[in-house]
Design a protein around this ligand. Structure first.
Ligand code: SF4
Length: 587
């Protein structure tokens, strides 16, 4: 049935593996053999896919498979203590499956619930606002083997704290309005409106949307595809979650008008695995839109305009937020970024011209199609028109989703969200920039601080190294392993930083840290490696004195306790006097 549901299409391999795992708690060898035979692909290809994604497993997981978010904001809310408490209550070690197979417990990267953490997942479904009392109940429910449907619904409640709607979120909207406006004005004319709006991709890179759409439309190879990138994996961002939860029609409508302009009849929405809770409701929205003539054949009576959207789930890989990695994943492969050029707009999904845009970009395009380009371009700055949605979390009184005109200062945003005694702000997630409290006049804009939407606030009670270590660990964990500078370099960065922060670093180690940063930054294949050193580089620039303070006054210090390690040698030599210890080494 898994094969039939996926229509025997190898590009749906990831969906098939997800379904197999849901049934068997892992991907059994027998399933691999069957899939390989039915899809006519090598079994090694299936194993490679299963091994690539964090949420797929070749060995059985617990019937209750729990992952706790290890994002810095979850840590700030006491995640570590809660994780240990949960492990104790469930009698299972972190990273292991309990002997009776009932439960497994793991850390995971950010689950996109930073505004309502500490958060986690059970069998893929989001758990929010974890606290000791909630953990007591969860442990009981698991021991009783209660189905998730019997758990208190509030454990799974995902709130959408929309604190400050602006240009786009305040717009009234009627289903079909953007498609009607597009056809009434004309496809070329609507593309001209998108052009004059100067809309740039909201995923962070800021590529001009109209240029992407026009280039795709001009390609003679067919078919053309529209992909909505809903793999919002940057720690600290959750505004796409809110858009898909509350404004899905407007996102789907943006994909539909894009399809009309570029000449596409198939759209795909790549939904991050952590947003499984949205899957069914998004399917219902698609069904309703089909029934209303907003998707399917001859949309809204326009002869020959056929377009439909399929939702495909990710399986826990941050790198799949990168457009070409996402396309690989959608084709049923490990999400390894492609070599470019050619860009996906020329050679994308199934090697055909493809537009990949972020959820927020399609949402904005819908309103531009209705209101026109100049309406949008009047807001923001010359290079960054319109507004930006921010996901605000961390040390502030009012975490949630805010919409600002581009050009708004960090200071103003901090006032709105109730942040006081600020140490700094991480703008753009771990791959972004750390802004110290001396730079709060800086602005959200492509020409200053570009961001996909993550905005994490830290107050003066926070240790800067806790933040940098969390981000550096994140990159080491999420490196896809394709290229050496990133695969090896991110782990070297993690270890070198740990050595310095742990008080075992000398001046030479700091120099080496800087050198590794540059090697990773300048030699990696994709944006992940390019930005993996940013947390270290930006804090080294802002707080060199903090790093210097950690150093020992020696020319070299090993990254471990050398004296303790030599204890065995001292025992063998049968001497343990002062001279046999490292006190004679320069200190
Ligand atoms: Fe993979 Fe890192 Fe290389 Fe990107 S830079 S391809 S994430 S190993």
């Amino acid at each position: 049935s898994v094969l039939a549901e996926a229509d025997y299409k190898p590009e749906r391999l990831l969906q098939m593996l997800r379904a197999v795992q849901a049934q068997y708690l892992h991907i059994p060898q027998a399933a691999i053999e069957q899939l390989a035979a039915a899809l006519h692909i090598p079994r090694t290809q299936i194993i490679a896919v299963a091994e690539f994604y964090s949420f797929l497993h070749l060995t059985p997981q617990g019937r209750y498979d729990i992952h706790i978010s290890d994002s810095i904001t979850d840590r700030m809310l006491g995640k570590e203590k809660l994780l240990n408490y949960l492990a104790e209550k469930l009698h299972v070690k972190v990273g292991e499956v309990r002997a009776d197979g009932l439960v497994s417990l793991n850390n995971t990267s950010c689950t996109g619930m930073c505004d309502q953490g500490p958060a986690g997942l059970v069998n893929g479904y989001a758990l929010t606002r974890l606290a000791p009392a909630r953990i007591d109940v969860i442990a009981k429910l698991i021991e009783q083997q209660a189905p998730l449907s019997d758990w208190p619904p509030e454990f799974f409640a995902v709130e959408e704290p929309l604190r400050k709607p602006g240009l786009l979120l305040n717009q009234p909207f009627e289903n079909g309005a953007a498609i009607r406006a597009t056809f009434a004005r004309g496809l070329t004319e609507t593309l001209a409106e998108v052009d004059s709006s100067n809309l740039r991709g909201r995923g962070g890179a800021g590529f001009k949307t109209a240029l992407k759409w026009r280039t795709c439309a001009q390609q003679t190879a067919t078919p053309h595809y529209v992909i909505c990138n809903a793999d919002e994996g940057e720690p600290g961002t959750f505004k796409d979650r809110m858009l898909l939860d509350l404004y899905a029609d407007q996102v789907f409508e943006g994909m539909t008008l894009c399809a009309a302009i570029i000449g596409s009849d198939q759209g795909l929405l790549y939904l991050r695995a952590e947003y499984l809770f949205l899957y069914e409701q998004l399917q219902r929205v698609l069904k309703r839109r089909r029934a209303s003539g907003l998707l399917g054949r001859n949309i809204l009576g326009h002869d020959g305009f056929d377009f439909d959207i399929e939702i495909r789930m990710g399986a826990g890989a941050y790198i799949c937020g990168e457009a070409s990695a996402q396309i690989e994943s959608l084709e049923g492969k490990p999400g390894i970024p492609r070599v470019k050029p050619p860009n996906s707009v020329i050679c994308g999904y199934q090697r055909k011209p493809t537009v990949v845009d972020n959820v927020e970009t399609f949402f904005a395009a819908t309103h531009i199609a209705i209101q026109g380009g100049s309406w949008f371009a009047e807001v923001g700055t010359a290079q960054s028109t319109g507004s930006k949605l921010l996901s605000i979390s961390g040390d502030c009184a009012r975490p949630g989703i805010y919409e600002y005109p581009f050009g708004t200062s960090i200071e103003e945003i901090l006032q709105d969200c109730g942040a006081v005694d600020v140490l700094g702000v991480q703008v753009g997630g771990p791959s972004g920039t750390f802004i110290s409290n001396r730079e709060l006049q800086r602005r959200i804009a492509f020409e200053d601080l570009s961001t996909a939407g993550s905005f994490m606030v830290f107050n003066n009670s926070r240790n800067i190294f806790d933040i940098v270590q969390n981000f550096t660990d994140f990159f080491a964990h999420e490196s896809c392993g394709f290229c050496t500078p990133c695969r090896v370099g991110t782990t070297l960065l993690k270890n070198q930083l740990r050595k310095i922060v742990g008080g075992n670093g000398a001046a030479v180690d700091l120099e080496e840290l800087n050198e590794i940063c540059l090697v990773v930054k300048n030699n990696s294949h994709c944006g992940l490696g390019d930005s993996a050193a940013n947390p270290i580089l930006s804090t080294l620039a802002s707080y060199p004195e903090l790093y210097l303070k950690q150093l020992k006054q020696s020319s070299f210090t090993p990254g471990f306790d050398l004296d303790a390690t030599l204890a065995v040698a001292r025992r063998m030599a049968q001497r343990d006097d002062d001279a046999a210890h490292l006190s004679q080494v320069e200190n």
